[in-house]
Write a protein of this length. Sequence first.
Lengths: 305, 84
Amino acid sequence: LKINNRDIRHTLKSSGLVLDIGFFKFNICSSLQSIEETISTLYCDYVHTEYDNVEELVDFHVQVRQVKQILSPPFFNSQAQFFLDNTAPFTPLPIQHAPAIIEWGMNWCVSSQINTHLIIHAAVMEKNGFAVVMPAPPGSGKSTLTASLIQEGWRLLSDELTLIQLDTYQVSPFPRPVSLKNESISVIKNRYPDVVFGPVSSDTAKGTVCHIRPPTLSVKNQHIDCPIGWIIFPKYQVDAETEFLPFGKAQTLMNVAENCFNYSVLGQLGFDVLKNVVDRADCYQFKYSNLDEAVSIFSKLEPPK
Amino acid sequence: VAIYRWISEISYVKWGVSSVIYNASSGNTYLVENIPSIMMEKYSANCCFNEKEIFQNYTAIDEQLITDSLNSFVKMDLLEKVED
C-alpha cells in the first residue's frame, strides 16, 4: 500500500511511516515540519506505508523529536533529537538541523546495529553490472563525485555505507539521499539544475548540509545486488592535475579495513570477505580537481579481468 | 639454533611482494613486505620449527631476510622463541 504525500504529515505524527530502503525497513515518526518536508521531497520514490498497515517486521523504529533542555531559559530555542527504539543515542542539536539529524541517525542505525554484511564507510555505484566502491575520509570530494556520477548514468547503491554480503561478496544496495556540504551544494546545483534538493541544515558541525534525491531508477532497482569491480580512493585537491593510478591490493585491503564499521566485529569472516573482494577488484587511487575529467575517467573504466 | 613456535591462528593473503596477515587470536591485521612465501606456507598453529632448518632447506632465500621475517612475526605476536 502506497500513501499520498498529503497523508505523510498525519502518518509521521501517528503510528509512523515505514520506508523500504534496500535491505531494511525504517519506521519514522516525527511531528517536525522539516522532517515531513525531507520525507516528501527526498523519499517520494520509495515504497512508503503506514506502520499500521505493515505486516512484515520493521528493522528500525526511529523518531526525531522536538525537545527542550531542562532548566533552559525561556528564550532558549528548542532542539531536535534522534531516537532509536525510544532511546536517544546522541545529544540534541538545534532544531534547524533536523533534516540532517534524521539522515545521520538512519546511517548510524545501520552502521552500528547490522552485522549481516561487512559495512564500509564508502560510496558505491554501479554501471554495466559492476560496482565501484569509493572509501574516503570527509573532505575528499566523495559525495560531490558521487552526486555527479549518478547524474551521468551510474546507479546509486549508497552514498555512505557499502554493504557487502558475507557469502557472495556482492553489494546489497542501500540507496539514500546523497549528502552534500558547503561549496559542493552550489557546485551540483549549477552543474545539474534538475537535481532535487531537500531542506538545508545550516551551521552544523559539518557546515551547511543538504541532501539530494536519489535517481528514481536507483530506488526502483534497490533490490538488485551487484559484484564489486573497482575500489577507488578519491581525493579532491584544488587545482590538482587529474591522476588515476593503480593502487596495491595489500594496501587497499588495509585502507578498506580501516574504513569498515564492523571488520573487527566479524573477525576472521571480515578478513576473508575483504580478501576476496580486494582480490577480484581493480584498485586505484584517484586525485582530481576537475569534475568533467573525473566523470570521463569513470566512464572509461574497463570491467576487471 | 633458535626454535620458534607459532602461537596464533593466522590467515594471510599475498599479492606480489606484499602480504596481509590476519591474526585471529588478537584480531589485528598487518601489512608486511618481502616475506618469503615459504615462511607463510610453513605455518601451522602450535607447530615448532627451527631457524636452521629453514636456512638449510631454502638456500635461495637470503638468511638475513629469514631472520628479519621471524623477528617481525615475533613482534606481531604470531611466533614465540621457544629456545635459543
